[in-house]
Design a protein around this ligand. Structure first.
Ligand code: NIG
Ligand code: FE
Length: 402
């Protein structure tokens, strides 16, 4: 069988759902052709390959390329000043209500052009890629006008032309009420539903639509309108839900068939059941939990009991998670949320793929999927979760190319 590239001597953590645990295959081989996996399995039953190139991995571990399924990577400026205010005792919500928070990043983002947004985002993207990430989801939500949201989404799409990475874009117009609409929040939702979503859908700028369902964000009724508009335009949906309080956002997301509900510190059991039924992924964002010094843990046990798939992501954003390490995010998910090594690793691969609706294409090492690999200098997979601030990546392969 012809192959472009054959990797031998590999220990594979395939993340295959039909195998137990991490789907481990010792003494494995991977063959790739035209950027896709042709074969991934034990050397003993591999067909004979006529490979243009062969690499002996000498026992190194291979996982699917990592997937960061929730980021706000595109934004201008930082909020180090608000961080200092929080160190003096102000809360995230107080700062938001005083006109800081998301709206302060909105001002900086409106003032930047697309080139400037890219210039500021690339170092963050490079930090993720250096840890074996091959797919990144990027949200808008700091423009809050049609023109500025479009600018953010175009910048996000452009990242894929500048680095070897897949980018999934999410329209987050319903992130915060912009100051122009301070007196009439529903009029802003009108704009999101009647003008922004149709435009974004028509121009293929977003793969999904997200919202922030919260006291300092949008009500359940407003989010419902956003979801209906998204679905009417053929877009998938996701939601920032139950981060600071329980507004029943996750239950609505599940009812509407959302790909994921994210944060979920305050979610209740009926909503978890609804998520299980709908196949909605719970995206855990322990970096935001850590950075805001939250103490209300998401109900990991309920997700387990009801069989809700859990993903782990950075939430990279200037306000609540200035974090560009998916490895550290896994360590936080384990240490703070008590997620297991297996849950953390499937959470940045197979379940993260599902949170993006891309489970047919990425997230496991299986024939037919994209050949996105992370190759690690480790003795056992637990090291990827265990260390803090250490990067054991040996090589990163995106679409079959290193
Ligand atoms: O995922 N919660 C809303 N969105 C972000 C925070 C955005 C910001 O503060 O800039 C989050 O935590
Ligand atoms: Fe977020």
């Amino acid at each position: 069988m012809r192959a472009d590239h054959l990797w031998t001597g590999a220990r594979l953590a395939t993340m295959r759902p039909d195998l137990p645990g991490l789907g481990i295959i010792e003494d494995g081989v991977i063959a790739a052709q035209h950027g896709r996996i042709l074969h991934a399995g034990p050397a003993a039953d591999a067909p004979a390959f006529d490979a243009a190139r062969t690499t002996d991995l000498e026992g190194r571990w291979v996982t699917p390329g990592l997937i960061d399924c929730h980021t706000h990577l595109i934004h201008a400026g930082d909020r180090a000043h608000e961080f200092e205010l929080r160190l003096k005792g102000a809360s995230y919500e107080e700062i938001a209500r005083a006109g800081g928070g998301i709206v302060s990043t909105m001002r900086a983002t409106r003032a930047a052009d697309e080139a400037e947004l890219l210039r500021q985002a690339l170092p963050r993207l490079d930090a993720l890629l250096a840890e074996g990430v091959t797919t990144v989801e990027v949200k808008s939500g700091y423009g809050l006008t049609l023109q500025d949201e479009v600018k953010m989404l175009r910048a996000a799409r452009a990242l894929a032309g500048l680095r070897p990475v897949d980018i999934a874009t999410t329209f987050l117009g319903a992130h915060a009420v912009p100051p122009e609409f301070a007196e009439n929040h529903d009029a802003y939702i009108d704009l999101v539903c009647r003008s922004m979503i149709p435009h974004v859908a028509q121009h293929g700028l977003a793969d999904a639509v997200d919202g922030f369902c919260e006291g300092i964000g949008f009500s359940l009724a407003q989010v419902r309108r956003v979801f209906h508009a998204a679905k009417a335009h053929g877009l998938a949906i996701k939601l920032h839900a139950e981060q600071l309080s329980n507004l029943q956002g996750a239950a609505l997301a599940a009812q509407c068939g959302a790909l994921s509900a994210d944060h979920l510190e305050h979610v209740d059991e009926p909503a978890v059941r609804a998520m299980a039924q709908a196949g909605t992924v719970a995206v855990m964002l322990p970096g935001a939990y850590y950075f805001t010094r939250d103490t209300h843990l998401p109900p990991i046990d309920l997700f387990r009991i009801h069989g809700v798939p859990m993903a782990v992501a950075t939430d990279c954003n200037p306000g609540t998670a200035p974090l560009t390490s998916l490895l550290l995010s896994m360590n936080m998910a384990a240490t703070l949320f008590r997620m297991s090594v297996e849950e953390c690793l499937t959470g940045v691969t197979r379940h993260a793929a599902r949170a993006l609706g891309r489970q047919a294409d990425i997230g496991t090492l299986e024939a037919g999927k994209a050949c996105d690999l992370a190759i690690w200098d480790i003795e056992r997979p637990a090291e990827l979760v265990y260390r803090m601030g250490f990067n054991p990546l040996h090589a990163r392969i995106h679409r079959g190319i290193s």
